[in-house]
Design a protein around this ligand. Structure first.
Ligand code: SF4
Length: 374
């Protein structure tokens, strides 16, 4: 490694390494077949478009974007539920910055804040707990979102609140699990995928073993990958090699971070703080059985849904919005007719245009599909 290089970053961005992997890919790809490889994670989608990886693949190899952006999959009804709490109940709602911009039925949470709701941006659930601790006169509700990656922080915060008997703190839990939507997608007749690139961050928590039944059931290869461009190209090579060999295995390209087995500390937190919901509504994918966490019965006092009788609205997306199809990998963002016109990052109509991990936002940010751009 050269002077001034960042370990585990620069070494996975070198052009020479990328050139070698592209040559390897061109060498092993069978021109008589196609390779459609879904990257589940929105972080991977961002890397693919930030570094223009799709532009340098053989013609018969294609990334298909999946549903792994936590902001994108949060359904409109859950946004409306949270906004109703902030507007109708006397609560202080705390949420991550991206979530504040996701459109609900009547605008975003930023709009609700302009109408007088007490909605605050936080960087972690601990910020919300600190607010509750320092202001006992407020009823603080944390809007928790994310896959298994961010769920441990929420769980640990709820346990802190329990330990210190912080009674003015609760959580609307929207944490979701990554394997059930993958299963739902693979069961979908209009989604054609040959292989999968597994999410790096989630897998750092759940390990690789939860993917084994999926790979067995659908006969597809899955390679867990890191987030640098060379990570993704290397994972793609591994998927193509498996397909050529008619293998379907779980492989771990990101072993510098991801263990094979689940993280036992995170698993213990999940078991203590959460219970699996019978079903959870996903934007674009509809209700998926056993795909989301709720707060466990033992910790019901910290469950904002029970405390405030949250109704669980189900709200359809606007007719012009194709986020559901984008999230299922059925269309490219540019196939949505309002992409880049009525729907932009400044004025998002759909959730995939909000977070930098959303496929539409990544396309837009890196100039794809816009007039005059490649
Ligand atoms: Fe959804 Fe906007 Fe993307 Fe269309 S362009 S799919 S409305 S985010």
């Amino acid at each position: 490694m050269g002077m001034g290089e960042l370990r585990h970053v620069d070494e996975y961005r070198r052009q020479s390494g990328a050139a070698q992997l592209r040559l390897r890919l061109a060498d092993i790809c069978d021109p008589a077949r196609t390779y459609r490889v879904m990257e589940i994670c929105g972080g991977h989608t961002h890397t693919i478009y930030r570094h223009g990886l799709s532009d340098h693949l053989p013609d018969n190899v294609r990334f298909v974007h999946g549903p792994g952006c936590p902001v994108c999959v949060l359904p409109k009804g859950r946004i409306d539920d949270a906004m109703a709490l902030a507007l109708d109940e006397d609560v202080t709602l705390c949420a991550y910055g991206d979530v504040l911009r996701v459109p609900g039925s009547e605008g975003s949470m930023l709009d609700a804040r302009a109408r007088g709701a007490d909605i605050r941006m936080v960087y972690s659930p601990l910020d919300a707990l600190r607010l509750a601790r320092e202001h006992p006169e407020l009823e603080v509700v944390f809007l928790a979102i994310g896959f298994e990656t961010t769920a441990p922080a929420t769980a640990a915060t709820v346990l802190d609140a329990e330990r210190d008997a912080i009674s003015n703190f609760s959580v609307i839990c929207n944490h979701v699990l990554v394997v059930p939507p993958m299963q739902a997608l693979l069961n979908s007749p209009d989604v054609a995928i040959d292989g999968l690139i597994g999410p790096g961050h989630v897998s750092a928590i759940i390990g690789c073993t939860p993917y084994l039944p999926l790979v067995e059931q659908f006969g597809l290869p899955l390679v867990v990958a890191g987030f640098e461009p060379l990570d993704l190209l290397a994972a793609l090579v591994m998927v193509v090699e498996q397909l050529n060999d008619a293998r379907h295995e779980v492989e771990n390209q990101y072993s510098r971070v991801v263990p094979w087995e689940p993280n036992p500390v995170a698993r213990a937190l999940f078991d203590d703080v959460f219970a699996i919901r019978e079903t959870f509504e996903w934007r674009g994918l509809g209700p998926i059985p056993r795909s989301g966490f709720r707060i466990s019965d033992r910790l019901a006092d910290f469950d904002a849904e029970r405390r405030y009788g949250v109704v669980g609205r189900v709200v359809p997306d606007p007719r012009a919005c194709r986020c559901g199809d984008v999230l299922r990998g059925a269309i490219e963002p540019t196939d949505c007719r309002i992409f880049g016109t009525a729907c932009t990052p400044e004025h998002p109509v759909g959730s995939c245009m909000v977070s930098s991990e959303g496929a539409c936002a990544a396309y837009f940010q890196f100039g794809r599909g816009l007039a005059g751009q490649p």
